[in-house]
Design a binder for this molecule. Structure first.
Ligand code: FAD
Length: 292
């Protein structure tokens, strides 16, 4: 089913993001995680795609398996920077042929150190907005299309207003909803949403939640995507940084408070970056479920 249709029917959505594992053992472990999370009855789940096309086969396989072997609604992430338009259309036809109807249309990160020198495929899409147009031109309304949004601004943008200007272009091209990059201070999200509404963007924007379970790893992700980690959280975690269970406990507690605040402020849903694990997400869900 199309996520755009489901979002019209549910008060709030709950969704989970997975990445396609590299090994058969990793894939089995992912499907165990999916089983463990099924009781939550997520609105949808999504599967990431390597920016340069490195996960093409694996992403398609995992998306197909979720679509064909579970009752879950699945969304395939699709980046454009590593592909020609023809290749993207081929991939999307594979999804259409088995009935997958949801795509998260992304540009993908330009590889480290190539910001100036990166050569985009001559017959490709330079920005996610062009990808959204490509999908609409070739597939009409078959797909419900999601796009990425950045409460703290995308790292390449000169400022938040410019980033929102290009966010609007993605919406005008045909995006149905957006999911945000992780953030740890809700004030960024509320400020962003105020500007988004002023810019005339009216699609649902679902906040992305990253529970901190491994500080080093999350710090690396946050640095890459330009998300700031509040001093308060760093000060709580630093003294126990070498005790993973303590870090996880603090991370879960922080995420619970963050989600409670978002839900009380009327967000349309929560999208959890699960890192293919169920424990933190289940803990958080059990604490916030009354508010959903
Ligand atoms: P765009 O919307 O194209 O924006 C990129 C930059 O260009 C921004 O600074 C924007 O302001 C600017 N811009 C946009 N249009 C124009 C224009 N016409 N002219 C000039 N400037 C413009 N990455 C992956 O590799 N795989 C994934 O599976 C993946 N999943 C993600 C899921 C979510 C929910 C989020 C939030 C991000 C995800 N990413 C993923 C990361 C994403 O690919 C990167 O953040 C990437 O750098 C930008 O992608 P985008 O789709 O936001 O790009």
């Amino acid at each position: 089913m199309k996520i755009s249709e489901i979002l019209k029917q549910v008060k709030r959505s709950i969704s989970f993001e997975f990445f396609p594992p590299k090994t058969p053992e990793g894939e089995e472990s992912l499907f165990k995680t999916i089983k463990e999370l099924e009781f939550i009855k997520p609105t949808f789940v999504s599967v990431t795609y390597g920016a340069g096309g490195s996960t093409r086969e694996r992403t398609i396989r995992v998306v197909k398996r979720i679509h064909l072997q579970t009752d879950l609604t699945v969304m395939a992430h699709q980046t454009c920077i590593g592909h020609t338009k023809k290749e993207i259309i081929e991939i999307l036809k594979e999804y259409r042929n088995i009935g997958v109807q949801n795509i998260l249309a992304l540009r993908g990160d330009i590889p480290e150190g190539q910001k100036e020198s990166f050569v985009f495929p001559p017959d490709g899409c330079r920005y996610a907005g062009e990808l959204v147009s490509l999908i609409r031109e070739n597939f009409g309304d078959w797909f419900s299309i999601g796009v990425a949004a950045y409460p703290e601004g995308h790292p390449e943008s000169p400022d938040l207003d410019t980033d929102i200007f290009y966010f609007k272009k993605k919406v005008d091209a045909g995006a149905d909803f957006a999911i945000t990059q992780m953030f740890f201070d809700n004030r960024y999200f509320y400020n962003f949403m105020e500007k988004v509404h002023k810019a005339g963007i009216n699609i649902p924007v679902i906040p992305g939640i990253m529970p901190v379970t491994n500080f080093k790893q999350i710090k690396k992700f946050a640095d890459m995507c330009g998300a700031s980690i509040p001093k308060e959280l760093i000060e709580k975690i630093q003294p126990v940084a070498d005790r993973p269970e303590e870090v996880e406990k603090i991370g879960i507690e922080y995420a619970v408070k963050q989600c409670e605040d978002l839900l009380r402020n009327g967000v349309r849903g929560l999208h959890f970056y699960t890192l293919n694990r169920s424990k933190a997400t289940i803990h958080i869900y059990n604490r916030i479920k009354e508010l959903i």
